[in-house]
Design a binder for this molecule. Structure first.
Ligand code: IMP
Ligand code: MG
Length: 178
C-alpha cells in the first residue's frame, strides 16, 4: 500500500498463539462453572482474534455474536466519536464476554459498556488482545488483556491501517508517511 512500510514484527504467529491460549486458560478457569457464554466480537478488528479464542474455550454452550463499533475518523488517530451498531443477537440475562482487538483511548469500550449494560446481561466481561495504556483518556479497565504494548501503530491479525493488513498472520509496527 502507498505510503506504508513495515518497521518491525512485534508478535509472530507463534507468539500470538501463545497469547491467545493464555487468555483462554484464564477465561476457562474464571468461567469453569458457567453453562453458557455469549462471546461478543467487536467488528472488524477483533474478528481474527475471536475465531482463534473461541476454539480454545471449554464452556459447554458458547454463542458468537457481533457488534460494529468504531472510533476512528482518520485511519490512525482516534476521533473520539464512537459509533456503535446493533448486537446481532439477544444478550439479556446472559454471561457476556466482549472481545476487542486493542484498547487505545478506551472510548470505544467505555461507550460500548454503557450501551450493553442497558441491555441487561447477567454479567459483562471485557477482553482486549492488546492494550496501549499510555493513550488512555476514558476511564476503562478490561478484565483480560493479552499484551500491553507501547504507543506504536500496529497492523495485522485483524488490526488495520485504512482497512488493509487485517489478513497478516503476525502483528507489525508500521511507519506511515503521508
Ligand atoms: P479507542 O476507542 O481509542 O480505545 O479505540 C480502539 C480502536 O482503535 C480499536 O478497536 C482499533 O480499531 C483502533 N486502534 C487503536 N490503536 C490501533 C493500532 O495501533 N492499530 C490499528 N488500530 C488501532
Ligand atoms: Mg477496531
Amino acid at each position: 500500500m502507498k505510503g506504508m512500510k513495515i518497521k518491525r514484527i512485534m508478535f509472530t504467529e507463534e507468539e500470538l498463539s501463545g497469547i491467545v491460549s493464555g487468555l483462554a486458560d484464564k477465561i476457562n478457569s474464571d468461567l469453569k462453572d458457567a453453562e453458557s457464554l455469549v462471546v461478543l466480537c467487536v467488528l472488524k478488528g477483533a474478528a481474527v482474534f475471536t475465531t482463534d479464542l473461541v476454539r480454545r474455550l471449554s464452556i459447554p454452550d458458547v454463542r458468537i455474536e457481533f457488534i460494529r463499533a468504531s472510533s476512528y475518523g482518520r485511519e490512525d488517530v482516534s476521533s473520539g466519536n464512537v459509533t456503535v451498531g446493533a448486537v446481532t443477537g439477544d444478550i439479556e440475562g446472559k454471561d457476556v464476554l466482549v472481545v476487542e482487538d486493542i484498547i487505545d483511548t478506551g472510548r470505544t469500550l467505555s461507550e460500548l459498556k454503557e450501551r450493553l449494560k442497558a441491555m441487561n446481561p447477567k454479567s459483562l466481561r471485557f477482553c482486549g488482545l492488546f492494550d496501549k495504556p499510555s493513550r488512555r483518556t476514558a476511564d476503562f479497565k478490561a478484565d483480560y488483556i493479552g499484551a500491553v504494548i507501547p504507543d506504536e501503530f500496529i497492523v495485522g491479525y485483524g488490526l488495520d491501517y485504512a482497512e488493509y493488513y487485517r489478513h497478516l498472520p503476525y502483528v507489525a509496527v508500521i511507519e506511515i508517511n503521508d
